[in-house]
Design a protein around this ligand. Structure first.
Ligand SMILES: Cc1cc2nc3c(=O)[nH]c(=O)nc-3n(C[C@H](O)[C@H](O)[C@H](O)COP(=O)(O)OP(=O)(O)OC[C@H]3O[C@@H](n4cnc5c(N)ncnc54)[C@H](O)[C@@H]3O)c2cc1C
Length: 259
């Protein structure tokens, strides 16, 4: 664990291009503590940045964490993971403490998981950790070149949906053939789609909120996200280095000017 509260210093150990749109990173994260929740995520701060982006802990063991990063057109982590600023192996990054949300109720007899590329890691880990007790069905909407053989356990029923110009996940969920009885519905993807789906689950399907979890993992905006500088890491690093408040805020101003 680093001196900064609730953060881990990590080193990129390995990088694999799984598909043209998905990069797998293995990170050495000494002291990493899992929440034990299957869809747990961490914030990732890449070198030279202050903002974090969230990534699912695809798997972990003994201080080693694997994340699968979607590389899309343009983005902070996308550019870094694509190698835009050089080979990432050996680089130092920061992870924030893990958090999770997946919580099936006791009476759940099945799991239905739906998502886009960004949701693949969480759906895979949920399937691995729960597939021996509950039947799992997965619907994954991905570009044609991103269907990955063996990504999910063999026991799971997987439907790959082709991603067109726009996501059709809201429509797909509205037309779903639901399993009988009580279960748990988990879904993640683009935020506007997720809002539409939450409405559908509440109003049409009338699912109790304990029986579903629908998360906006990313927001489709037409321009690059403004790079607001998060003062938190600068403040903690300054304090750890014994700097005065004035010195820390000067560091903060300098960081903002460098954007
Ligand atoms: C709890 C949680 C878990 C997540 N787990 C994962 C994970 O395991 N793997 C993963 O890859 N992502 C995951 N995400 C999504 C990821 O945090 C976002 O996609 C993030 O915005 C990517 O950062 P970036 O720096 O590449 O792009 P940003 O700098 O954030 O965005 C730049 C531009 O890219 C667009 N954009 C952002 N994400 C996407 C996308 N996926 N496809 C197309 N356009 C996009 C934005 O609209 C913006 O215009 C998760 C998100 C949450 C909240």
């Amino acid at each position: 664990m680093s001196t900064r509260a609730q953060q881990y210093d990590a080193t990129v150990r390995d990088r694999q291009q799984v598909t043209p749109h998905l990069v797998r990173l293995t990170l050495d994260v000494p002291g990493f503590t899992s929440t034990g929740i299957s869809d747990e995520w961490v914030g990732l701060v890449v070198p030279g940045q202050f903002q974090s982006r969230y990534y699912t802990v695809r798997s972990f063991e003994a201080g080693r964490v694997v994340i699968d990063v979607v590389v899309h057109e343009v983005g902070l982590v996308t550019e870094w993971a694509s190698g835009g600023s050089g080979n990432v192996i050996g680089q130092q990054v920061v992870l924030t403490e893990a958090k999770g949300s997946f919580l099936p109720p006791e009476d759940a007899r099945w799991l239905l998981l739906v998502g886009d590329l960004t949701a693949l890691p969480a759906m895979a880990r949920i399937a691995v950790e729960h597939g021996d007790r509950l039947p799992v069905r997965i619907l994954a909407e991905v570009p044609a070149d991103s269907r990955i053989d063996g990504y999910f356990p063999d026991s799971v029923e997987v439907t790959w949906l082709a991603l067109g110009a726009e996501s059709r996940l809201a429509e797909v969920v509205e037309g779903l053939d639901w399993p009988e009885g009580a279960g748990y519905f988990w879904m993640a993807g683009e935020s506007a789609q997720m809002r539409a789906i939450r409405k559908h689950l509440m109003r049409e399907r009338r699912l109790p909120s304990t029986h579903y979890d629908v998360m906006g993992y990313w927001r489709s905006v037409t321009r690059r996200q403004p790079r607001a500088v998060d003062p938190g890491p600068i403040w903690r690093a300054g304090k750890a280095a014994g700097k005065s408040d004035e010195e820390i805020w000067a560091d903060y101003d300098a960081a903002r000017e460098a954007q």
